[in-house]
Every structure is written in C-alpha cells, then in structure tokens.
Design a binder for this molecule. Structure first.
Ligand code: PEP
Ligand code: MG
Length: 555
C-alpha cells in the first residue's frame, strides 16, 4: 500500500517501523489533597527541572536545534504561564491538571494566531507533556531506543526529540502531523534526515513492518515486494555515491556556471553550508533573528548579527533579505493590525514602507556590517508587487550605501513586468514558495490546499521564464531562492528558463549539483519547453522526467 505525505529532501530509506508511544493521557480533573501552595511548589520544581533538561539538551545538540530547545525552555518558565498555573491552583486543582490547562490555553492562543506561531503549538505541547511526566515521576516522552536501525513513526516529533535523534539508528522519519514548515521538517532538512511529514494514514503502520520511505516522491510503500526493495536499494547506493563525490562549483555539463548558494536564517548553519559546497548565501532570512522579539531590534543588535554572518562568507556573495514580516512570519512589532487575509495584507516591503524608520535602520545596520567585512553584500526586498515599489527600495538601499539592490519576485505582477522591474533593480531573486501561493491562489500554510502549492505548475514556470528572459535581455542576474531550487530535476528546468543561480537548504546542494552536471544548457532549455507545454504540475513533472530519460547524458 502507498501512503502519501510531504517529502523532505530527496532521500530514500528502507527499514522496520518503530512507533513512538502515544502522548500521556490528560491529567484527571480530581481535586488535590494538598494545599494550593504545596501544589504550587510541585509545579515550580517540575517546570524548573524541565527547563533545565531542555537547556542541557540544547547545549548538547548545538546549531539551530539549540535555539529551538532554548526557546522551549523559556516557554516552561514564561511568567504569564506560571501566573496562569497559580490561578488554576487556587481553584484546588492538582499541579498536573493546572499546568496541563495553562499550557493548553496558551497553545490555543498560538493556533489562533496562525502561521509560524501556530506551527509552534507542537513545541508547547511537548513542554506540557514533559512537565506532566516530571510531576508523575514518569520518563519524559521521547524516541524509543531499540537495538537495531529503524524508521521512526510518530504523530509529530518535538524539537527536543528531533534534535537528539541517534542518526546511526534512525534511518528515516514518518510523521502523521506537521507541515513543510514545522520544526520537525526544518530540523530534518538541516540534519539531512530522510523524512516524510503529514502522512495522515501513518496510524496504519505497525511496529516491525518493513517500509520504503521515498522522500523524493513523497510516499511510503508499506508492503514492498522484492523488486521495489531492490530498486530502492539501488537509489540509496546512488545517492550515497553522489554525496561522496568531490564538491566543485555548480555547473551544467557544458561548463555553464550555475552558482549554488545556501538559504540561511542565522550564522550557525554557515560552516556546514560551506562544507557542503555553498558558494555563498542566496537568501539570508533576517526575520528569523527577530521572531521572538517584542520590540524592533536596534541598529547595533542587527549590525552584530549581520557581521557574524558576513564574516563566515568572506570573498563570497551574501544576498540579504530585508525583514519579511507578516502572513506566515508575523513579527509582533510590525504586524499588529488584525487582517482577514494577512498573505494579501501589509506584509514584506509593504510593512517596512509603512514603518520606514525600521527599514532605514535595517539597511544602515547592513551597510555598516558590509563596510567592516569582506563578503559581497546584495540586498533585496520581499513581497514587491510594483515597479514603483522596486524603484523605492532600490534607490533607498543605494542612498544608504548598499551597492547592489534588487527585488524578490514573489507576486505574479512583478514577473509579468520583469523587463521594467529589472530596468531599475540590480538583480531579481524568485521566491517560488510565495510565487506559487499567489499564482495558484492557495494559502501555503493551509493543508487543505497543499496540492496547489507545487512549483512545477506551468503557470509558475511561465512567470519564471518571463523573469529569466528579461534578465538575459538586460544582463541582470536572476536567482531562485524558493524550495523549487532544491528539487534536482526542477532545478535544471529553472536554469533552462533563465535562472543564473540557485539557492536552497544546504542539505540539497549535493543532489542539485549532480543533477545539473547531467545536462547541457541546450538540454535544460528543451526540458523547460517540455514543462511549459504541460497542462498542470503533475504532467509537467512527468513530461520532464520522461524527456530527461531520453536525453543522452554527455560524456
Ligand atoms: C519564497 O517565498 O519562495 C521565499 C524564498 O521566501 P519565504 O519562503 O521565506 O517566504
Ligand atoms: Mg517568500
């Protein structure tokens, strides 16, 4: 049987299923035999123990896992939450019940906020479970530890668990919940764990079942025959050989250079990205530095963070995106309006323009960091919809001392007028995640319309082609920095449509590098034509897969 979900990365894994135990039951409503003060003391001790444990796990894990675990530790000691627990204890509840209820209320609030905040609900649930386990003297919920390699099947994985997975034993990961931007997905991508999230039928998988997890095709084969197992083994071996191949700059088979860059949210992932061959940064998502902040960061704070990143890439290009606040990335200090459709609201450059001081401060901090480091800094604005906005941003960035300023193409209107946009901008970078969302009119955060969020759609590719053609005519670079660039075959199509560089999570670099090296520019253009001629995303993918199989691989 085939189960479908959202594949993270391109990996394949085969192994026996081990299921994660189900969450602890809800603590009963029974009244406590202790005084509220005694229960309060129990709650305080348990919350502190959980916070300390999460902090210690973070220190062991390092990297962005540490940030996530420290954020969770802070949730456990959040004063508003502790106050709420105290209020509930005064009603005669047990510490277990009061913490459970307080966390649940906080969780509902996050879910209501939607977007990035809603994705943090799972982090909060995990803290709640840990506290209840601590109070009951039970082991913290977590990953089973059998004495053989296995495929872990869980409802969702808490960051605390994902961060510390024993990668020698966990061959792959299947979750029934979670979307492509959940922490499980982000950390799986960062650690190159073969994973499929959102497999709604995963409940049907039992301990010991041998499954094939095919992330590249987003499916789980739950009763593979001998032929399927042999084919999957061959793919695993091919991928291992690619990962071991010498790392050189990205290029097509005819030598056409296609620089391969990394998408990063902070400097922590920089060393690994360089190790994996990133030739620079194609998208530095600056908002991730400030997601937890309740006030705008100061110029000095920003300058420090930008300097950290730029130092890691001396002599290389770093494309910095101005704060992209709103919709899936709300920032408390920028997005306070109650909007019915935040993805169509005051987000990205619109929000920055409405708070121009903030934009000026960010560009100033970046120009200062640029002046004291050796990276080649480019800056770009997110969610730009008009030529006028392009002119506004580019001239402001130049005025504040940044030499190379461009725009992200995420809104169809900008792609359709790419020739006029690129007459003003120094470069364009196509954000295929948002471009797909706006072209197909499908909220990228909404599971029920996830099927529309496919950058293989010829309508999206046609818009990419418009930008590529304008870039070529005007001699301006056109990068791709959405998830589409991480799909090895689609990457070739994007180059065929005129993309001059590709930026992706560092873990995707090896597969994309290998794929580009199989085709000449002429062949990439032929594949792009095959995709454009299709009626929909699935047929474009099939047409290109078939056409690629028929092309002779150059010697
Ligand atoms: C995009 O929209 O494709 C993009 C790269 O930006 P983000 O995913 O951060 O919105
Ligand atoms: Mg975007």
């Amino acid at each position: 049987m085939e189960l479908h979900g959202i594949g993270i990365g391109q990996g394949v894994a085969i192994g026996p299923v081990v299921r994660m135990s189900d969450p602890l039951p809800e603590p009963p409503e029974a009244r406590s035999g202790l005084t509220p003060e005694q229960e309060g003391e129990r709650a305080r001790v348990a919350l502190a123990a959980v916070a300390a444990d999460l902090t210690a796990r973070g220190a062991r894990a390092g990297g962005s896992a540490q940030d996530v675990l420290e954020a969770q530790a802070m949730m456990a000691e959040d004063p508003t939450l502790v106050d709420d627990v105290t209020v509930r204890l005064a009603d005669g509840k047990t510490a277990e019940r009061a913490t459970f209820e307080a966390f649940a209320a906080f969780r509902d609030l996050l879910v209501e906020m939607g977007g990035y905040m809603a994705e943090r609900a799972a982090d909060l649930d995990d803290v709640s479970q840990r506290v209840v386990a601590e109070l009951g003297g039970l082991p913290a919920p977590g990953v089973p530890d059998p004495d053989h390699p296995f495929i872990l099947v869980a409802r969702d994985l808490a960051p605390a668990d994902t961060a510390l997975l024993d990668l020698d034993k966990v061959l792959g990961l299947i979750t029934s919940d979670g979307g492509p931007t959940s922490h499980t997905a982000i950390l799986a991508r960062e650690k190159s764990i073969v994973a499929i999230v959102g497999v709604t039928d995963a409940a049907g998988l039992s301990d010991g079942d041998t499954v094939i997890l095919d992330a590249a095709n987003s499916l789980v084969n739950s009763d593979p025959d001998a032929g399927a197992l042999t084919a999957a083994e061959a793919r695993i071996a091919e991928r291992a050989a690619r990962a071991d191949a010498p790392i050189g700059p990205g290029a097509l088979a005819d030598g056409t250079a296609v620089p391969l860059l990394a998408n990063l949210g902070n400097a922590d992932g920089a060393a690994r990205a360089v190790e994996l061959g990133a030739e620079g940064v194609g998208l530095f998502r600056t908002e991730f530095l400030f997601l937890g902040s309740s006030s705008a960061p100061t110029v000095m704070q920003q300058q420090e963070q930008y300097t950290r990143m730029l130092r890691e890439f001396a002599g290389k290009k770093v494309v910095v995106r101005a704060l992209d606040a709103g919709a899936d990335k709300p920032l408390a200090f920028l997005n306070d309006a109650d909007e019915e459709n935040p993805a169509l609201g005051l987000r990205g450059l619109r929000a920055l323009r409405a708070n121009e001081d903030l934009l000026r401060e960010q560009l100033t901090a970046l120009a200062n960091a640029d002046a004291t480091t050796d990276a080649e800094v480019w800056v770009m604005a997110p969610m730009v919809a008009t030529v006028e906005e392009t002119e506004y941003f580019v001239s402001l960035a130049h005025e504040l001392g940044l030499k190379t300023a461009g725009v992200m193409v995420e809104v169809p209107s900008l792609a359709l007028l790419a020739d006029r946009v690129l007459a003003h901008a120094d470069f364009a970078s196509i954000g295929t995640n948002d471009l797909t969302q706006y072209t197909l009119a499908a909220d990228r955060m909404l599971g029920s319309v996830a099927g529309f969020q496919d950058p293989w759609h010829p309508a999206v590719l046609k818009l990419v082609g418009e930008v590529g053609a304008a870039g070529a005519a005007l001699g301006k670079p056109v990068g791709i920095c959405g998830e589409a660039a991480a799909d090895p075959l689609l990457a070739v199509v994007l180059v065929g449509l005129g993309a001059t560089s590709l930026s992706m999570s560092a873990s995707a670099l090896a597969d994309v590098r290998a794929s580009l090296s199989r085709f000449t520019l002429e062949q990439a253009r032929l594949l792009a034509q095959a995709a454009l001629a299709a009626d929909g995303a699935a047929s474009a993918r099939t047409a290109v897969t078939d056409a690629a199989a028929n092309l002779t691989v150059p010697a």
